[in-house]
Design a binder for this molecule. Structure first.
Ligand code: CA
Length: 423
């Protein structure tokens, strides 16, 4: 369960601050903003831990728990750096899926399905979640336990809670981690996590652990680090609570007819399968859509020129585990491959170059200049930016998929410049 919230405005301000400090821009008359020394930061971190002790005790954490959890921790510079890091390029979905649904990932998952068959049948039956989905989440979250993160959880969460863009996430997680330790009698040193505080075989965060983790093997303890039954049962419980309905499909790849109205191809737009069929949507093999009464959405991970998927409420329940559609798709596609299904039929538009952060900001500024109300140009193409792109595409006779490409950036930026010049 990764943390996908981005805080770009903060990072941009830091980049600007660093630029001013480095004197790369027009720095005349602008005194550099002092950056605290590591020693001063460490001292401030100690002060934070002391202040947070009072907060924790007020919240009912015993003093001995807090002291045992924090006695050996210090501000973690690597966590601080990762907290501020904003990748210049978002990985294209096809590259992400190459790793998430690799031949090795499929082979390993199939071996685990066979090896843990009894445990999986019991958990799948009890919670009503397909065993292939559980194995797939395990593979996607930690490569089946190979990469769970080795950072001291209290050091990671305290560093994030102390300062930076994730304090409002990390403070309740820090408290929840203390409560986990208190309730489960964990040794603090055994509580390891990713830099962002997600932990164990299926990468829970502490608040989700407190609300939804379960004892999968009935030994009276919950251990998501070393006990696979506990981890998979807890994951099944999360999906069950999120509305997964066993026996229903997550979705399947489809083929769209030429002239398809792409404006409706959005995860937020649901229609009956029969309605999509009337619009000419076929299976990937070109057949009629299977009957179904559940609301269905068209998901285009790479826009109009890549594969299309018809997705159902089960797909959306996976978004409760990790709110990124590409993640949910990776989980579902790997689960299908574990069952022996073939891979995606349509080709990915691998020739498309992803937009850099600067280019995304330029695209958004151009949309703003053209009068689209998309809020701030934050470099994150969200629902408002996509809606604006769809409107622009439609008014120019293009497939309105709302998918930002280099070609779209060039055309929209040119139109914005012409509009400004014409004033
Ligand atoms: Ca257990």
């Amino acid at each position: 369960m990764r943390v996908v919230v981005l805080f770009l405005a903060y990072v941009v301000s830091l980049v600007m601050l660093a630029a001013a400090y480095g004197g790369t821009g027009d720095s005349a008359g602008t005194p550099p903003v002092p950056i605290p020394s590591p020693a001063a930061e460490d001292q401030a971190f100690s002060g934070f831990l002391k202040d947070f002790r009072a907060t924790a005790l007020t919240a009912g954490i015993p003093a001995e728990t807090y002291d045992a959890a924090t006695k050996d921790i210090s501000r973690n510079q690597r966590v601080s750096d990762l907290n501020l890091n904003q990748p210049e390029f978002a990985k294209p979905v096809w590259d992400y899926l190459d790793t998430a649904v690799s031949p090795q990932r499929i082979a390993d998952g199939q071996a685990l399905l066979a090896g843990d068959a009894d445990i999986l049948a019991r958990i799948s039956g009890k919670y009503g979640v397909a065993k292939e989905i559980l194995i797939s989440i395990w593979g996607n979250e930690s490569d089946y336990g190979r990469s769970m993160g080795g950072t001291n959880m209290f050091e990671a969460l305290a560093t994030l809670a102390y300062a930076g863009p994730r304090t409002s996430y990390a403070r309740p997680q820090f408290l929840a981690a203390l409560r986990m330790m208190q309730r489960q009698n964990y040794a603090a040193a055994a509580m390891t996590s990713s830099w962002a505080g997600a932990f164990g075989q299926t990468q829970f965060v502490p608040t989700t652990f407190l609300n939804e983790a379960v004892d999968g093997d009935g030994d009276g303890k919950i251990d998501l680090w070393t006990n696979v039954a506990d981890a998979l049962a807890s994951t099944a419980n999360v999906l069950s609570n999120a509305g997964w309905t066993e026996g229903k499909p997550w979705g399947y790849e489809v083929a769209l007819p030429s002239g398809f109205a792409f404006g409706d191809a959005d995860l937020d737009t649901a229609k009956k399968v029969a309605d999509w069929a009337k619009r000419g949507v076929k299976t990937a093999a070109g057949g009629g859509l299977p009957a179904g009464d559940e609301p269905a959405s068209i998901y285009l991970p790479a826009g109009a020129h890549g594969p299309a998927f018809l997705v159902f409420p089960n797909f959306k329940s996976i978004l409760h585990y990790n709110n990124a559609a590409s993640y949910a798709l990776a989980v579902c596609l790997l689960a299908d491959r574990l069952k022996g299904a073939p891979g995606v039929a349509a080709a990915w538009p691998r020739e498309l170059q992803p937009l850099s952060r600067d280019e995304r900001v330029t695209l958004q500024n151009s949309l703003l200049k053209l009068g689209f109300e998309i809020g701030n140009a934050d470099g994150l193409i969200g629902s408002k930016s996509r809606a604006a792109l769809r409107t622009w595409q439609k008014s120019h006779g293009l497939p309105a998929d709302g998918y930002a490409t280099q070609d779209l950036l060039t055309r929209i930026a040119m139109e914005a410049r012409a509009k400004i010049a014409g004033k």
